[in-house]
Each structure stands twice: as structure tokens, then as C-alpha cells.
Ligand binder design. Structure first.
Ligand code: NAD
Ligand code: LMR
Length: 390
């Protein structure tokens, strides 16, 4: 009996094969059909097939699963992962791209994969396209959970909670059962803090500290606003800090953020602006983009995720921190177990710590309490989804 075509990746019933993307679709269908028959007859599915066998890196490829890979953020994110922006210029990657089992989404995903192929990225050693999270997360070292519904005009991110929350139960379980033993998870799909909490609680065997959610976009937004106001380059703004929820209650910290080494509050010298326009602009930036584009942020969100993961896999320079939503240990009065944005230092070996000892003024303390109260409310709203909650 003929062996299945090398390079034909079988990854679930509604999946198309990664290496068949250049072929006309009727041939693709025929190959998929043939593979299904072979599979039914006992052939095991193939894992990702090396696409660049002659690539020079001697490192073992890492597997990066991305959900919502055919969506807006996915479109900006995937080429940057494949080009080495996250894991380094010598780290080969296998992309495991997960979408919903709907023909339109899978077809769009096929198109995304064709474009990635057409970039001939030397580091991209394989692609798997699937609608089955168990396949998608198989042996994944990183799972980037983007796939979910974005909000529309007039909505708050929290309004998505009952619709998007259940996605993260199934995905948490699939990560638990299939991912690599060193898996790390970053959640972007909104409301990302509470979705991360759901995924973490659904992945019983994965240590909690492997889960994070993204406020790096908010950090970058705040950094850009402060730089513009102080009329300095963005590089002059350091340790830009967001506390709490990725929502309209988030707390951009003007006190501990520095501009040219001094507190941003001191350099800007205008507390009314910092507590007023600055706060509002950062908190409402997502809504402003939705209003302007008719769609939520995508390029900047993908860029935020690139920064988020890259900074977690590398050691944070001495004296610096990054805004990362991680499980609270009770630091700064944030209820234990909530996924909240904190100043975080990465050790570069996969571990991280919450930076201690920062001081907040009365205004910032009050705002931190409010954003924590919102996170508690969100946790309450999804208590039925927190299957492993203590
Ligand atoms: P999009 O609608 O363009 O794409 C989402 C994709 O996810 C779609 O292709 C959809 O088919 C897919 N999807 C839906 N459910 C899925 C599932 N269960 N498994 C796999 N794929 C699934 O949306 P987008 O603009 O890419 O945004 C995605 C999410 O990211 C939204 O929830 C959005 O609000 C959020 N977001 C978060 C931040 C942040 O800073 N945390 C920033 C921007 C956007
Ligand atoms: C953002 O901050 O841009 C995203 O969370 C999308 C949104 O809904 O605002």
C-alpha cells in the first residue's frame, strides 16, 4: 500500500494539509480524502514536516500554537513569530495554527499559511493547521490564546465574558492534556485576565505561573503618550507600568514610570493631566481604535504580544520591569489568585517575580482597589467555569 505523502499534515477532520497549500483546491481535497482513508486504515497522522531541511540552525524547533490564527491579530502576529522577532534569530519554529471548525475560517487559515510559505522564512520549519485544540496544542511549548470574539463599538471588554469564557475551559483542558511539559501560555482574547484565569483553572497539571495575560499593549500605549507629552523619544520612558485589569479600569502608573531616570510625575509636572487625560486616553485607547477603524486593534496588539513573550523568555535588565498579568500572590493588596497586571521581572529561565516595594500615591491606590474589585466581579461571573478553583 502506498505511504501517505510526506509533508501532508493530518490534524483533524476539517483540517487542510500544510504542505498542500500551493496546489489547486480540488487536488487538495483529493489528497485530504486519500489521507483520511489511509488514516482510517491505520496510518498515524504525521507531525509537522520540516519545510526547510537545509536551514542552518542546529537548535531543535520549538512549537508555538496560536489560536484565532486566521483573525486580524493572527495576520500581524504569525509572520513576526516566523521571522524570529520573539524567540530569536536562530530559533526554528513550528507554527500550530488553530481555528474554528468552520469552512470559511479554515479556508482563510489556508490562505494565511500560503502567505507564510511565500515569505520563505528560514526559521519556519513547519506549519500545522487544525480546528482541533488537542491537535493544535500537541507538544506545544508556547500557546498564544488569541482566538475569541472581539468587542464592537459601545461594548466593554467584560461584556464578552460569558461568550468567550467557555472557549478557555476547553482550551485549558486541551493544553493540560497535550502540550509539552514546559508549556507556557499567554492569553490575549478578551477579557484576557479572566479568560486566563479560566484557562489556568482548567489546566490542573500545568503550574499556575506558566499562565499570563497581556497588558503589554497598554504599557506601550502609556509609554507613547508619556513620551509625546514630555517631548522625548519613547526610549527615554522606562518601566512604564500598568496595574490591574486590561479594561477601562486599568491603572497606568505615572509615579513609578520614569522619564530619563526621573519619575514621570515629576518630569511632566502636571498631575491634572496625568490623572485626567493621560489616564483616560490609555484606558479608552482600545475603544477609540474600534471607533476609528470599525475593528479592534490588531497590529499594535500583535506587537504587544511579541513584546510580552519575548520579554518573558529573556531576562529583564537589572532595575527594570514589564507590565504582565500574572496570578496574584496577594502583593500590593491584589486578591490572591486573580490574574492581575503587575510590575514583573523575568529571570530568563522561564521564571519571573513580581517587583516588590513600589509606592503608590493615594489616587493610584484608590484606582488599584477599583480595578481589583472589577477583577473580583469578573471572577464571580465565571465561577461556574473555574472548575479547579480552590
Ligand atoms: P478576529 O475576529 O479578527 O479574529 C479572531 C479569530 O479567532 C477568528 O478567526 C475566529 O474564527 C477565531 N476563533 C474564535 N473562537 C475560536 C476558538 N475557540 N478557537 C480558535 N479560534 C477561534 O479578532 P482579533 O481582532 O484577532 O481579536 C481576537 C481577540 O483578541 C479578541 O477577543 C480581542 O478583543 C482580543 N484583543 C485583546 C487585546 C489585548 O490587549 N489583550 C488587544 C487586541 C485584541
Ligand atoms: C485593545 O485594547 O485594543 C483590545 O483589548 C481590544 C478592545 O476591545 O479594546
Amino acid at each position: 500500500m502506498a505511504k501517505p505523502d510526506p509533508g501532508l499534515v493530518f490534524a483533524g477532520s476539517s483540517t487542510v494539509a500544510a504542505s498542500t497549500r500551493r496546489l489547486p483546491s480540488r487536488i487538495v481535497q483529493a489528497l485530504v480524502q486519500r489521507w483520511r482513508i489511509l488514516h482510517a486504515l491505520g496510518f498515524e497522522p504525521l507531525s509537522a514536516t520540516p519545510r526547510h531541511p537545509s536551514a542552518m540552525s542546529t537548535k531543535t524547533p520549538i512549537r508555538v500554537a496560536v489560536t484565532g490564527a486566521a483573525g486580524q491579530i493572527g495576520y500581524s502576529l504569525l509572520p513576526r513569530i516566523a521571522s524570529g522577532d520573539v524567540f530569536g534569530a536562530d530559533q526554528p519554529i513550528i507554527l500550530q495554527m488553530v481555528e474554528i471548525p468552520v469552512e470559511k475560517a479554515m479556508q482563510a487559515l489556508e490562505g494565511v499559511a500560503m502567505e507564510l510559505d511565500d515569505c520563505a522564512f528560514p526559521l519556519l520549519h513547519g506549519m500545522e493547521l487544525t480546528s482541533d485544540p488537542n491537535e493544535g496544542f500537541k507538544d506545544a511549548n508556547w500557546c498564544l490564546l488569541v482566538g475569541s470574539k472581539p468587542r464592537g463599538p459601545g461594548m466593554e471588554r467584560g461584556d464578552l465574558i460569558r461568550e468567550n469564557g467557555p472557549i478557555f475551559t476547553g482550551q485549558g483542558m486541551a493544553i493540560n492534556d497535550n502540550a509539552a511539559s514546559d508549556v507556557r501560555v499567554a492569553v490575549v482574547g478578551n477579557p484576557c485576565n479572566t479568560n486566563c484565569l479560566i484557562a489556568m483553572n482548567s489546566a490542573h497539571d500545568v503550574p499556575d505561573e506558566r499562565f499570563s495575560a497581556m497588558t503589554r499593549l497598554d504599557q506601550n500605549r502609556a509609554q507613547a503618550q508619556l513620551a509625546a507629552r514630555a517631548d522625548v523619544a519613547t526610549t527615554a520612558v522606562c518601566n512604564t507600568l500598568i496595574w490591574g485589569n486590561h479594561s477601562a479600569t486599568q491603572v497606568p502608573d505615572y509615579k513609578n514610570t520614569t522619564i530619563d531616570g526621573r519619575s514621570a510625575a515629576e518630569v511632566i509636572g502636571d498631575l491634572d493631566w496625568l490623572q485626567g487625560d493621560f489616564f483616560k486616553t490609555v484606558q479608552q485607547r482600545g475603544a477609540a481604535i474600534i471607533k476609528a477603524r470599525g475593528l479592534s486593534s490588531a497590529t499594535s496588539a500583535a506587537n504587544g504580544l511579541i513584546d510580552h513573550v519575548r520579554d518573558l523568555v529573556n531576562a529583564t535588565p537589572e532595575g527594570e520591569w514589564r507590565s504582565v498579568c500574572v496570578p496574584s500572590d496577594g502583593s500590593y493588596g491584589v486578591s490572591e489568585g486573580l490574574i492581575s497586571s503587575f510590575p514583573v521581572r523575568s529571570m530568563g529561565d522561564g521564571s519571573w517575580e513580581i517587583v516588590q516595594g513600589l509606592e503608590l500615591d493615594e489616587f493610584l491606590r484608590g484606582r488599584l482597589e477599583a480595578t481589583v474589585a472589577e477583577l473580583e466581579e469578573e471572577r464571580e461571573l465565571v465561577s461556574d467555569l473555574l472548575v479547579n478553583a480552590g
